[in-house]
Every structure is written in C-alpha cells, then in structure tokens.
Design a protein around this ligand. Structure first.
Ligand SMILES: [Zn+2]
Length: 94
C-alpha cells in the first residue's frame, strides 16, 4: 500500500498584482468636478436641514447660543417654535 503523499505541486503561486487603473488628466478633472458638485449639493442639503432641524447648543427659535445640549434657550422660545411648527404643518396639509 502506498501512503498518499501530498498531491498537486506548485498549486500556490503568487497572486498577480493588478495595477490600479490610472486616470487620465481628463478623467481626473471630471471626477474632481463631480466631487465638487456633490460637495456643493451636500452643503446645500445640510444648510436646508439646519434651517428645519434643531442643533444642540443653538436655540431653534431665535438661533441664540444656549446650553450645549439644549435646542431652546427658554420655555418661551420652545413654545414659540412649537406653535410655528404646528402652524406650518397645518399649512402643509391644507
Ligand atoms: Zn431662543
């Protein structure tokens, strides 16, 4: 009987290294332009969100700095803002 020795010689060969595709200057410019556009859109979206969403540390009603985790500087501002939001929601539905 023959003991089965290790089979398959040279099965492992070093994996081929693939060179990353090089972009031509034209492609790079297009890509940068696209990134710039995406950045601008992102900025706009963020600004729009900031207008409607509250930022911790800034009063959502009067935009004054308040407590780090607070979104209103006082109860008056909270009530004022909630009233405005309710009115806006109602206007959006009608
Ligand atoms: Zn306020």
């Amino acid at each position: 009987m023959t003991s089965s020795a290790s089979q398959g010689e040279g099965g492992a060969f070093p994996p081929e290294r693939e060179e990353p595709e090089r972009l031509s200057p034209d492609d790079e410019a297009t890509r940068r332009e696209g990134e710039f556009l995406a950045d601008a859109l992102d900025m706009q979206r963020r600004r729009a969100e900031a207008m409607s969403r509250s930022t911790p540390g800034v009063c959502t009603n009067c935009r004054e700095l308040c407590l780090p985790m607070a979104v209103f500087c006082d109860e008056d501002c909270r009530a004022d803002h909630e009233l405005r939001m309710q009115r806006r929601q109602r206007m959006g539905r009608l």
